[in-house]
Design a protein around this ligand. Structure first.
Ligand code: 5GP
Ligand code: MN
Length: 335
């Protein structure tokens, strides 16, 4: 993978571009993809954003979201765009399996591939150009750097600002995590110059759930949480029946795992959800407990130092049993 700096000159040649991101895109995945989309269309490229799967209802307000192709839902259309692409951008993920059913189609692609991402251990051999920086708050911050460093600061408009602000806000826990550097605040100041309404972005993301989702959170906290004080961990186990009973849709469980870390002394929060195709884990930690390594070692996953995910084909009971067993090895680290 060559440095992204070597790529910038290609931006002046209009191309057929596909931008993609990880399955079940979150605010950063969608925000960075759409932010880049609005830049590249201004530069005269023909751009399609393809998501491997559907996305949360609270992202549908984003400018351009209605143009995003859902690979799972519109496979034929998506495959045609992928096969005709001259340029592929991969944003907010760095290993192909995070694109689920799109993986075999991406793996075959011979076009120029560009990575912009902040997760650990990228699959570097796949990408022609790229930037991978785990110190960055969000992929949205990296798309902002891309725009500025490629000489396109003047193209930042209200739409780009709304998109990039969304991802930096969601990935920093609303400017709370240590990754929120002075540069992040400078970027936000620059975005504000476009006149976009950040209060509206916040409300669209965090205050737009249906009643059933709020009741589901109550149910999960009351009935599905277990605190393992001996290892300073809290676990939440959500069954298929819970998802059905509360009509849970993509995005409704976002942020739930963070609740576990609000308990005094708890250093590790683990949420597992019984999805149709797999059991999906979310891990969050405080301080020096590395959930990226933990997720990689035990649950086929990865992510960041303090926020990671994993998966398994095991049953819900079996994977919870495994978690409770392996976590004992870390009792000392979690003290
Ligand atoms: P979440 O718990 O919100 O789904 O994910 C937390 C972080 O870990 C995100 O940055 C996400 O991209 C990453 N992540 C989630 N699941 C996986 C996984 O299965 N593999 C890898 N490598 N990263 C993941
Ligand atoms: Mn991200």
């Amino acid at each position: 993978m060559q440095s992204i700096n070597a790529f910038y000159q290609q931006l002046s040649t209009p191309s057929k571009v596909v931008i993609t991101t990880h399955q079940k895109p979150d605010g950063d995945a969608m925000g960075s993809s759409l932010g880049l989309y609005h830049l590249l269309t201004q530069l005269g490229h023909s751009v399609t954003v393809i998501s491997p799967t559907n996305w949360a209802g609270f992202l549908k307000w984003m400018p351009g979201a209605n143009m995003v192709v859902d690979f799972d839902y519109s496979r034929e259309v998506a495959v045609k765009f992928i096969q005709e692409a001259e340029l592929l951008f991969c944003l907010d993920f760095n290993v192909l399996h995070r694109t689920k059913n799109m993986e075999p189609f991406l793996a075959q692609l011979a076009c120029t591939k560009v990575l912009i991402d902040h997760h650990q251990q990228p699959q570097e051999d796949y990408f022609t150009y790229g930037v991978s920086n785990t110190a960055k708050s969000s992929t949205c911050e990296m798309v902002y750097d891309f725009i500025v460093e490629s000489g396109n600061d003047g193209k930042i408009n209200e739409e780009i600002a709304q998109c990039l602000y969304t991802g930096v806000m969601t990935d920093t826990g609303s400017f709370r995590f240590p990754s929120t550097t002075a540069s992040v605040h400078r970027m936000v100041a620059r975005l504000k110059e476009t006149g976009f309404n950040h209060t509206l972005v916040h409300e669209s993301i965090y205050d737009s759930f249906l009643e059933n989702r709020v009741r589901f959170i109550g149910h999960a906290l009351l009935n599905r949480m277990e605190v393992l004080y001996e290892v300073n961990a809290a676990i939440m186990v959500v069954s298929k029946n819970d998802l059905l009973r509360f009509h849970i849709k993509t995005g409704d469980t976002e942020g739930l795992v963070n609740q576990l870390l609000t308990i005094q002394g708890i250093k590790l929060g683990a949420l597992v959800i019984d999805r149709d195709e797999e059991r999906k884990w979310s891990f969050r930690s405080k301080g020096d407990f590395d959930v990226n390594t933990f997720a990689r070692t035990h649950f086929e996953g990865g992510g960041h130092f303090n926020a990671a995910g994993g998966r398994t084909d095991d049953s819900l009971d079996a994977t919870v049993w495994k978690f409770k067993k392996v976590i004992k090895q870390y009792a000392e680290q979690l003290q």
